[in-house]
Design a protein around this ligand. Structure first.
Ligand code: P6P
Length: 348
């Protein structure tokens, strides 16, 4: 047994020697990854390193607090929102074959070239959960990459299933980059000192079962019946129909919630409710829900809006919001079943 454990540790330590560049180069060789995509991913990693540095030194560089502007979402921009957005544009904008960027912070797409088939479209939330910056809690950057399908095609509202890469950086006790290029989810920890992203979490997978849910419970009075039913049953614990106790988490940062779920399982809900239904929901489809849904499905989980698979949703606008329920497949399936039953009873 000890030998097996020793071999496992040797295997993991071998992985930790592999940098993001080494991993992507090996993927290029084994799976035909486009070298221009590798360059874009490395530029995204560089932008995230810069953002991580600015976050660490924000208090010394007077970068905490509000920028004094509102963004396209009508939200008060934090200084760090602006800094993170500018880092993505400055560092990723020069990537070969990058046709356009879509940022949470900007109303319109930013075009860099006449789109040619095979060029890249980058969608990103430069600083997700930025309400946490002034209280020193985890935040993140989320990114999604799709291809231009035909020459001259400026239709960039792609369904999530057409992504060829998605991921996030989480700026926590350790800065990590977690990504998928379509064959599993891989986590890279940023080594303090060298700044290298090293492969520390190969093939992250989500357990199908969980006893941990994440939802903003202060919105209980706005929830629809299926969500209330699910949460009430979790809260009833081993005295209720689930027959076991549940735990709840809420960090006000989707990146932190998804990272926890990719690491140990769980289910995250930001459903449609009476308070956000007119806006379509809370979370944005192109640069929050779709990239996270791809990661979750690649890790063996599921992601739905309550009725449809997130990756099948056809965007109707760059900043369209959607309901999001994602995580351990069996819990997501149960919640979707409650939505179907509720719709059925409403129809009869
Ligand atoms: P609430 C952050 O603003 C965000 O977009 C997600 O990262 C997070 O899950 C959610 O909104 C937090 O919402 O209702 O707690 O402010």
């Amino acid at each position: 047994m000890a030998t097996c454990g020793k071999r496992h540790n040797e295997f993991l330590s071998m992985f930790k020697q592999m940098t993001l560049r080494g991993f992507l180069t090996r993927h290029a060789h084994n799976e035909g990854l486009d070298p221009s995509l590798i360059c874009l991913i490395e530029n995204i990693a560089s932008a995230c390193r810069v953002i991580g540095d600015r976050l660490r030194n924000a208090v010394f560089e007077d970068n905490l607090g509000l920028a004094g502007e509102t963004n396209v979402q009508g939200e008060d921009q934090k200084k760090l929102d602006v800094i993170a957005d500018e880092a993505f544009i400055r560092i990723c904008g020069s990537s070969p074959r990058l046709a356009a960027l879509v940022s949470e912070e900007r109303e319109d797409a930013m075009w860099f070239k006449e789109p040619q088939a095979g060029d890249f479209l980058l969608f990103y939330d430069p600083l997700d959960g930025s309400s946490n910056t002034d209280v020193n809690l985890s935040v993140g950057s989320i990114f999604s990459i799709c291809n231009v399908e035909t020459n001259g095609d400026r239709d960039i509202q792609k369904a999530g299933r057409s992504q060829n890469c998605s991921g996030y950086a989480i700026y926590g006790p350790t800065m990590m980059l977690v990504l998928t290029v379509g064959s599993g989810v891989f986590g890279f920890s940023c080594e303090y000192g060298t700044g290298d992203f090293r492969l520390t979490h190969p093939r992250m997978t989500i357990p199908t079962e969980t006893s941990e849910f994440a939802i903003n419970a202060s919105r209980y009075r706005f929830w629809d019946a299926p969500v209330r039913r699910y949460v009430d049953e979790c809260l009833a614990g081993n005295t209720g129909p689930r027959g076991r106790d549940f735990n709840m988490r809420w960090t006000a940062s989707m990146v932190a919630e998804v990272h926890r779920i990719l690491t140990r399982g769980g289910v995250f809900l930001y459903p449609a409710d009476d308070g956000n239904r007119a806006a379509g929901g809370k979370l944005r489809l192109l640069y929050e829900a779709s990239p996270m849904a791809l990661l979750v499905e690649q890790a063996g989980g599921a992601a739905t809006d309550g009725h449809s698979r997130i990756l099948d949703l056809q965007p109707k606008g760059l900043h369209q919001r959607v309901p999001v329920i994602l995580g351990s497949a069996n819990e997501v399936g149960r919640i979707a079943k409650y939505h179907t039953a509720d719709a059925g009873s409403a129809a009869s």
